[in-house]
Design a protein around this ligand. Structure first.
Ligand code: 4NP
Length: 159
């Protein structure tokens, strides 16, 4: 359980915290709510290129078209306290997984996973859509929706 409360706390992490991880936050918030789970859900980036910015407009457009809300989301960087506060720290790709391991004390490494390890996707990573076209943002949503369903089943099975 989180140090902040007795709720399970989930943090999604990508590089910039403007495309993939805020999309995961928006999707997982809706799916967890719909599944009747009361969780702490947040997102952050391993780098600080866009601190304080809202999610990328392309991510917001693709996500709102599928019914997800990005209201109030603002880019922030992962900080030391996150490794204490969160029970699940879920990376979108291997590069950020490695960064997270490097940033955290080894006692917290068991909390850090690839997000897609919670589903049966043949993909291992949620690819960075930042420099690509609209299809990349749709693929991000497809993968995140699938992994969110898997994570919800996992959390339900634990409680
Ligand atoms: P994200 O995508 O890690 O999914 O938020 C990126 C956003 C910004 C940059 C790279 C990736 N950037 O280089 O500014």
């Amino acid at each position: 359980m989180s140090l902040m409360s007795d709720k399970i706390a989930v943090l999604f992490v990508c590089l910039g915290n403007i495309c993939r991880s805020p999309t995961a936050e928006a999707v997982f918030k809706k799916k967890a709510h719909d599944a009747g789970l009361d969780l702490i859900i947040d997102s952050a980036g391993t780098h600080g290129y866009h601190i304080g910015s809202p999610p990328d407009k392309r991510s917001q457009s693709a996500g709102t078209d599928r019914g997800y809300s990005f209201s109030g989301l603002k880019c922030r960087r992962v900080d030391d306290d996150d490794f204490e506060k969160f029970d699940y720290i879920l990376s979108m790709d291997n590069s950020n997984l490695k960064n997270l391991h490097g940033m955290s004390p080894s006692e917290h490494h068991h909390k850090i996973h690839l997000f897609l390890s919670f589903c049966d996707s043949t993909e291992e990573e949620v690819p960075d859509p930042y420099y690509g076209g609209k299809g990349g943002f749709e693929l991000v949503l497809d993968l995140i929706e699938h992994a969110s369903d898997g994570l919800i089943s996992h959390i339900k099975a634990q409680s």
